[in-house]
Design a protein around this ligand. Structure first.
Ligand code: GLA
Length: 388
């Protein structure tokens, strides 16, 4: 979509005004490795994509916030003098939740005119929701000259999703969207929020994202169930060995104390978390050393752990990974994001990318009856404004 077209549509919708029109962008993200570790105080290694959500925004002279998205049919309008309330299951709840967070610390004095356009698929586990939240937070912070640091915007967006939208996510998505940088992945310690940009040099290889296009069902409730099982594992271990979260356990600690976890299911969940944290650390060493072969093996091991121990994969994700690994030039493959549908990422030799997309698409269709979509997983900028 052309930026000029978006600006033209904004003016057609909202007319002229003395206030300045501004343009913002926040990316989606994929997680290279470190899955379901964020809400366990662990390590993650996501990167921001070049796809995301664009937002044309302008302060309004009345106390109304007008929302329109080119991706969804609904046009919504809320009055700032009234308490912000949820609107069914609409996408508008993401920006509304962010506005409610601003209300708590820096209420908006004037309204806003907002036009969104996203070029990442929704419901695909590529964080379209975090990108809508972050682009809104970034725009309000900028238009109102609030000068809040990006970390505050990240926390406010996560809180909006937890308390307003009702999805009890960790901080990884909003963090990657806010702090992403071109050609790097974000290595984040979700316990301390210390982070580092890790150069993402895949010399001769590309990350290919494959979308299962499987509708995710029950993902919210299963996600919360996994969280609860991890909390239970922490409680059980703490009866004899006090720990704040599973991520403080080294693989050796886990072996020593795992029998304290009563329930075998919670034990499997904990084992995934402990081993996944170690895989993130190992993956960073591989990236630093340009050891893509072992990086690929770690990705595949992560998938197997998510499939067998954390049990958040599904047939469609497993088929994509299994078939990807049979294709020449593929070093590794795994599901990315929460699971139960969404996308896989594969590390593919540049020279094999075309064949990979064709073969994997055909084999996936033959085995599942679904058409997969493919995207190049190149890392792009984090949330920010765009000059035009
Ligand atoms: C979703 C959540 C994240 C994270 C991942 C799993 O994307 O929003 O916080 O927990 O699942 O790694």
């Amino acid at each position: 979509m052309e930026i000029n077209e978006l600006l033209k549509e904004f003016l057609e919708l909202n007319g002229d005004s003395e206030e300045k029109i501004k343009l913002y962008f926040a990316p989606g993200r994929v997680n290279l490795i470190g899955e379901h570790t964020d809400y366990n105080g662990g390590y993650v290694l996501p990167f921001s994509l070049q796809y995301g959500t664009y937002l044309v925004a302008r302060k309004a002279t009345d106390p109304l916030v007008k929302f329109k998205s080119k991706n969804f049919p609904m046009l919504a309008q809320v009055c700032l003098q009234q308490r912000v309330k949820r609107i069914g299951n609409s996408w508008v709840n993401y920006p509304l939740g962010v506005i409610r967070e601003f209300d708590a610390i820096k209420p908006l004095s004037d309204g806003l005119e907002l036009l969104y356009y996203g070029d990442i698929p929704n419901e695909a586990g590529l964080s379209s929701s975090a990108s809508i939240e972050m682009v809104t937070a970034y725009a309000i912070n900028d238009l109102y000259n609030y000068s809040l640091p990006t970390l505050d915007l990240i926390k406010m967006s996560q809180k909006a999703e937890n308390t307003f939208v009702g999805m009890n996510c960790g901080i990884m998505d909003q963090f990657a969207v806010g702090m992403g940088r071109e050609d790097t992945a974000v290595f984040l310690n979700c316990n301390t929020l210390e982070y580092k940009h890790i150069p993402f040099n895949l010399s001769g290889y590309t990350i290919i994202i494959a979308n299962t296009n499987k509708k995710r069902t029950l993902s919210g409730s299963k996600y919360n169930e996994r969280r609860a099982q991890c909390v239970q594992a922490v409680k059980d271990i703490s009866t004899n060995f006090a720990i704040p979260n599973l991520s403080v356990l080294s693989p050796e600690d886990f072996e020593l104390h795992k029998s304290l976890i009563h329930d075998s299911v919670s034990r499997k969940r904990a084992q995934h978390i402990v081993s996944e944290n170690q895989r993130v650390l190992d993956a960073i060493v591989c990236l630093k050393n340009g050891d893509l072969k072992n990086l690929g093996l770690l990705m595949t091991a992560s998938h197997h752990s998510l499939r067998d121990l954390y049990e958040v994969s599904c047939n469609e994700l497993d088929v994509l990974v299994e078939e990807a690994l049979h294709i020449e030039g593929v070093l590794g493959s795994r599901m990315t994001g929460a699971g139960f549908g969404g996308c896989t990422i594969s590390l593919v030799a540049d020279s094999s990318v075309e064949t990979f997309i064709e073969l994997l698409g055909n084999r996936y269709l033959a085995r599942t009856g679904l058409v997969a979509d493919f995207y190049i997983g190149k890392s792009g900028k984090g949330a920010g404004s765009i000059d035009f």
